[in-house]
Design a protein around this ligand. Structure first.
Ligand code: F6P
Length: 556
């Protein structure tokens, strides 16, 4: 690692943009210029074969990137110089690498086999992880089998998860992704928004006697979740004659905060625990995934955890040249820091991945949307990209125009599965068309269509510029045989560690989220002004005007 001693004799890390490795990459970028993927492929026939990786069930093709062997070498040098491997090992070992919250970062312990030992503050956390998994499994199978009944003895038909951020996006995303693995005899809904419409639409057609609420909140203080949970409790009691004894059979909690769970009125026997070393956006393989486990069963949940673990082990042990999360992280750095790319598109060619990109938005943007380094100094380099995208082929008829012919550099991941889901029946035949679109987009983005090719089709000269595709848009294609619980775990772990790599190189704390606090505080302050017209100190003229206008529109 590039380091020097400060006056106190401590090792200080050199500023990223002052390292020789950074300068070497900047020079390489200059030399690279506008080199086209057409040229790179023409000059290097072995490229497609060489720039491919296999991790578990995932096949990664990264040949359509604006890179050469030299680019990759220099990027790996940067990773070496910035101590990515050392920080990775510290994370896996349970060291407190979340420095601003003084916490270990151990989502990897959530999917480690029971035989492992991982200590936090001298205590092995692995037995606790497996004890909670077992408790979840017993509960999930009881609900699925109709043995956990509601207050009036009826079986549970609908599970409503109430949570937000990591306590919503993970289970909601995975539930959608694994629909074919879910019990079709029950319904699962996810309520997150403090907009009352969310809860209203989720419960309006439900029978309280057959409904189970899972209140999922790491802190159990998040205003949206507590507000919705209270409203759900009222809905339940209104529908069940006001008998408060019903709460115990219709509410369970997932949290790190037993005191707050008890204060809310949920029996802590019906609480599923996790720990402060699990970040919210890294938590759906903890008890936060309880709703998912009820949906897919403990066995499939276990398969998903095994998929996570497989990629954890790959990340921990694979050499840099064959390390997929390292590679993906470094490619993002190449574009964000040396090509001025501002965003990164994730384009899954699977309807079941409808929430995958939304999930990755929190994972990536809450982790790496930072502008000071680990020492608290402003960074002089770009950090996390804007992550966006929706499933193909819908996006093709919306924003792909900009990807193909716009002015921006937007690296993209194209994700697809070779085999359609079994239960699609005859609709399976549509799968080849879906995947043909994925492959076509990768090809069109990379190689485009030259003016000469357009002319050769007899297009009038004045239209040629409009119908030309510059190409040279980089993509990674990730292909797996089938979307199984294990493959989902593998993919999520791949992105988790990619985000880790980037945070490590940028020298930021990827595991805090102070940037969400200010808005929360201000909302609390502004609410009385909306409700009671209270004088709120510190309102700027624009916000005050909006508050007044809002009140008059509300008829207050
Ligand atoms: O406000 C951001 C955040 O803290 C996320 O990091 C977290 O996933 C979400 O809120 C929900 O927090 P909790 O699980 O404590 O309710």
């Amino acid at each position: 690692m590039n380091s020097l001693m400060n006056a106190a004799g401590h090792e200080e890390r050199a500023r990223l943009d002052q390292t020789p490795e950074w300068h070497a990459l900047a020079k390489h970028r200059e030399e690279f210029g506008d080199t086209h993927l057409r040229t790179l492929f023409a000059e290097d026939p072995g490229r497609a074969e060489r720039y491919a990786l296999r991790v578990g069930d995932l096949h990664l093709d990264y040949s359509k990137h604006l890179i050469t062997d030299e680019t990759l070498r220099l990027l790996r040098e940067l990773a070496r110089a910035t101590g990515v491997a050392e920080l990775r090992d510290a994370m896996f070992a349970g060291e407190k690498i979340n420095i601003t919250e003084d916490r270990a970062v151990l989502h990897t312990a959530l999917r480690t086999p029971e035989s492992a030992t991982i200590e936090v503050d001298g205590e092995n956390v692995v037995p606790k992880v497996h004890a909670v998994l077992r408790k979840m499994g017993v509960f999930a199978e009881k609900v699925r089998g109709g043995h956990w009944t509601g207050h009036t003895g009826r079986r549970i038909r609908t599970v409503v998860n109430i949570g937000i951020g990591g306590s919503d996006l993970g289970p909601a995303m995975a539930y959608e992704a694994l629909r074919p693995y879910t019990t079709r005899e029950m319904d699962f809904r996810f309520v997150s928004n403090v907009d009352g419409a969310d809860l209203h639409e989720a419960v309006r057609d439900l029978d309280p006697a057959e409904t189970l609420f899972i209140v999922a909140s790491k802190t159990f203080t998040t205003i949206e979740t507590i507000t919705n949970a209270k409203a759900a409790r009222k809905w339940l009691l209104d529908g069940m004659g006001g008998d408060t004894a019903a709460v115990a059979k219709h509410f369970v909690a997932v949290s790190t905060n037993a005191a707050k769970v008890a204060e809310f009125g949920i029996d802590t026997d019906n609480m599923f625990e996790f720990w402060d070393w699990v970040g919210g956006r890294y938590s759906y393989d903890s008890a936060i995934g309880l709703s998912l486990m009820v949906a897919i069963g403990a066995e499939h949940f276990g398969e998903m955890l095994a998929g996570f673990h497989l990629v954890d082990e790959h990340f921990r042990t694979a050499p840099p040249e064959a390390n997929a999360p390292l590679l993906m992280g470094l490619l993002g750095i190449w574009y964000g820091n040396f090509h001025d790319a501002q965003s990164h598109a994730v384009l899954p060619y699977s309807h079941y991945f409808s929430k995958f990109t939304a999930y990755l938005q929190q994972l990536d943007m809450e982790s790496n949307g930072k502008s000071v380094d680990r020492e608290g100094d402003p960074v002089n380099w770009q950090t996390g990209p804007v992550v966006w995208g929706t499933p193909g082929t819908n996006g093709q008829h919306a924003y792909y125009q900009l990807l193909h012919q716009g002015t921006k550099t937007i690296p993209a991941d194209l994700l697809g599965f070779a085999r359609p889901v079994g239960e699609l029946g005859e609709l399976r035949d549509q799968h080849d068309l879906l995947m043909a679109n994925l492959f076509a987009q990768g090809q069109a983005l990379a190689f485009g269509k030259t003016a000469d090719e357009v002319r050769a089709e007899g297009v009038p000269e004045e239209q040629v510029p409009h119908r030309t595709f510059r190409g040279n848009h980089p993509t990674t294609t990730i292909l797996a045989k089938e979307l199984t619980p294990s493959v989902l775990g593998q993919l999520v772990a791949l992105y988790e560690h990619k985000v880790f790599v980037q945070g490590a190189v940028w020298n930021i704390d990827s595991f805090d989220q102070w940037g969400v606090e200010l808005g929360k505080v201000l909302a609390k302050r502004i609410e009385p002004a909306l409700v009671e017209g209270a004088e709120v100190e510190g309102l700027d003229a624009s916000t005050k005007g909006l508050v007044d206008h809002y009140r008059s529109l509300r008829g207050r």
